[in-house]
Write a protein that binds this ligand. Sequence first.
Ligand code: PLP
Length: 409
Amino acid sequence: MINRNPAFANLTAGYLFPEIGKRRREYATAHPDKKVISLGIGNTTEPLTPHIAGAMSDYIKALQTPDGYSGYGDEQGLTALREKIASVLYPNLIESDEVFISDGAKCDIGRIQTLFGSGVSVAVQDPAYPVYVDGSVMVGAAGGAKKNGSGYEGVVYMPCTAENDFFPDLSVVPDNSLIYFCSPNNPTGASSTKEQLTKLVAFAQKHDCIIIYDAAYFAFIQDKNLPRSIFEIEGAKECAIEINSFSKPIGFTGVRLGWSIVPKTLKFADGTLVNKDWNRVMTTVFNGASNIAQRGGLAALDEQGLAEMKSLIDYYLENERLIKKALESDNFKKLHIEIYGDGNSPYLWVKFPGKKSWEVFDEILNQCQVVTTPGAGFGPAGESFIRFSSFGHREDIQEACERLKNFNL
Ligand code: PLP
């Protein structure tokens, strides 16, 4: 038989969300009469909006006619969509041939790792969205990272805590590293300021690092002073790639559409353009995003689509406000919890001092029948934290909030 790829043997057994799902199912089986509400995962819940869905359904009708049918398109995406993303979301910052349309940010993060091979050193925020590390382990990056306690040997973890304003100490990052950076952050909800991102870019430039900037939650940023893209920072085009998505802004988690920006000014050590190799990856192992989804993406970026996007984001941010209010009630005050989340992301990051994340997770599930996400699942610095997600129907959020008001530890 063929040998197993040794990189896979290094992966940790349980992925966070399957474990949450397992505990939820066990609880539901033991208590079939209780309704469990999820404030746990980052999955969108509200329906597609009319203008965006209408554009896709018109296109499906056209596909049923000889004139309107189309098969494979350009692997890099529709030119019109690449242009629209560049002009609407990155005005005067990037060019359309630096935009690559994809089937979503997670898939791009996976594919992008093939660009750098197994030799590359990897630094991640701690806590972080699990795909950066798990995907790196799969391709054997970070010296074939081996499991070590709650992390991996070879991966550089950059703790992001309340004490450092959720912006890491970059001095721990070796030269020539890939730095995964997410803002607004999943799970901490923190959005980096212009000053912080300027520091990040300056560091990457000085130390020959490349930043993989995950901006999947850009649309939640309300504060006009906060950057929505790394390319708002001078110098970023020489050291950063941005990964982005339509999943959260317009509820395309199931439809699947995202994009990456690889500037033509970003180079490998030998002078080769990263854009050129990324084009090679995308045209080789990817065959273009769904043409239906791309019509939805185009509609999302016109005036009506942008208004619909705003209304969806406002809906989830109102959920966040309600959850925050529930967590500010007296029972939580007695527990001295610390709530982080400033209305620029769908997540609240909540510290339960002296408690373990999974212990709090189980207590909230048992007492309130509410599923949350244990912070420890996002990395060692997430211990003692719980992530509350604002994705949910309003009536479920309201009910969850009522139940949380009776929680005690
Ligand atoms: N990046 C972050 C930080 C996320 O939290 C998620 C999904 O929850 C993704 C990327 C995945 O996005 P997509 O649905 O575009 O694959």
